[in-house]
Design a binder for this molecule. Structure first.
Ligand SMILES: *Cc1c(COP(=O)(O)O)cnc(C)c1O
Length: 380
């Protein structure tokens, strides 16, 4: 690319491949991996990431809506995809049409899906979700048998999976144990008369990092695929948390440098007032690129490997930072908003914790206008 960029994301495809292979190592050969690529592959760019994960043998994709499923379908015609959300009215038919597996939480949903599959003369693939304590989607554990029985009794529905989702696996051992007990007790109700489906899954990234025993024969990591460890109070299990590499870096440029004097204020609302002379750099990115407004007076960026505090309010397209400590800083210098430079690193987790957010949101907030550039052996 010849045109200079004000703000861009670099995605390291080798890191992504490394992460997937460590996840595989963690779960063993018998366990399938569903890589979760919702929200534009956690801000990395769905089309590229899905293609790359296919090349590296992901078993399944998890998505949040049908547009995401469709984007994957364009490259991976028959690749297994699960809609993790529930379908809107018009989406059921489309999902069946495209062979996308759907999540079922109630008898109403499964009856409706069956009617649509009959009408289309197609088979619909179903994952039954059980609510063991997340409280978002899923049927009550007590109604699993009724729902599973209905799915089995029809020839248009293929009972492909059953799953649940953890609410606080990173921190709450007791609650996680109760969720697992409940899920296991549901699974035990299946037997020779009512067969378990092929895929049983429960583990998100947190479970893979903090929980020794995984329930099921498939896992559903999102954040880990992108090399980020979900923060928690529990002690990580094994060595995987030391092997993963962040796959995303977020960069910008210095566009202007000036000195300000004691008492001078900066940016909208004048929330920063200099207590001494300071050298200030203007950086060509802001909340319009997804650099959080909450970073105002809170976060730090890297320039020439030095941490530079954000001064005043982040604006839509520009941000001010303190570069007093760097004598040789010039316009055009690289600014690392997320990533490493020299011996310093600002992780998505750090930016999240400084801005009252979470790494998932920091990544998915990077906006559409920020080009994603792919690096690594298989970058195209
Ligand atoms: C988003 C999501 C995941 C992945 O979560 P991470 O914490 O990023 O690993 C797994 N399962 C479901 C149902 C999800 O919605």
């Amino acid at each position: 690319m010849t045109c200079e960029r004000r703000c861009w994301v670099e995605v390291d495809l080798d890191a992504l491949r490394n992460n997937l292979s460590w996840i595989r190592h963690r779960v063993g050969k018998e366990t399938k991996v569903m890589t979760v690529v919702k929200a534009d592959a956690y801000g990395h760019g769905l089309k590229q990431i899905a293609g790359h994960l296919m090349q590296n043998g992901t078993d399944f994709f998890g998505v949040a809506n049908l547009e995401e499923a469709h984007a994957i379908r364009l490259t991976g015609k028959d690749w297994p995809i699960l809609m993790l959300g529930s379908c809107l009215d018009t989406e059921w038919a489309q999902a069946v049409e495209w062979g996308v597996s759907v999540t079922i939480s109630s008898l109403e949903e499964v009856v409706r899906l069956h009617r649509i599959a009959e009408h289309q003369k197609k088979t619909a693939k179903v994952h039954l979700k059980v609510d063991t304590g997340m409280g978002r989607l899923g049927c009550q554990p007590g109604s699993v048998l009724e729902l599973a029985g209905f799915i089995h009794s029809t020839n248009r529905l293929h009972f492909e999976g059953i799953y649940t989702h953890f609410a606080d696996v990173e921190t709450d051992v007791a609650f996680t144990r109760s969720q697992k007990l409940l899920f296991r007790s549901v699974l035990r109700r299946f037997g020779s008369r009512l067969l378990l489906p092929s895929f049983v899954h429960s583990s998100n990234s947190g479970a893979l990092i903090y929980d020794r025993t995984l329930v099921g024969n498939m896992v559903r990591p999102g954040l880990l695929v992108y090399g980020i460890i979900p923060p928690g109070h529990r002690k990580p299990v094994g060595a995987m948390h030391r092997r993963l590499k962040p796959s995303l870096a977020f960069y910008s440029r210095v566009t202007h440098i000036k000195w300000i004097g004691r008492g001078d204020s900066l940016s909208y609302g004048r929330t920063y007032k200099a207590r001494r002379r300071a050298k200030v750099a203007t950086v060509s990115s802001g909340y319009g690129d997804g650099y959080p407004l909450a970073a105002s007076n809170k976060a730090e960026v890297l320039i020439r490997g030095v941490r530079c505090p954000v001064l005043g309010r982040v604006t839509m397209d520009q941000t001010l930072v303190d570069v007093t400590a760097i004598s040789e800083v010039t316009a055009g210098d690289l600014v690392t908003l997320i990533g490493t430079h020299g011996n310093e690193a600002v992780s998505a987790t750090e930016l999240a914790s400084r801005t009252g957010s979470i790494a998932w949101q920091v990544l998915t907030n990077i906006t559409y206008r920020v080009p994603r550039i792919y690096r690594g052996t298989r970058a195209s």
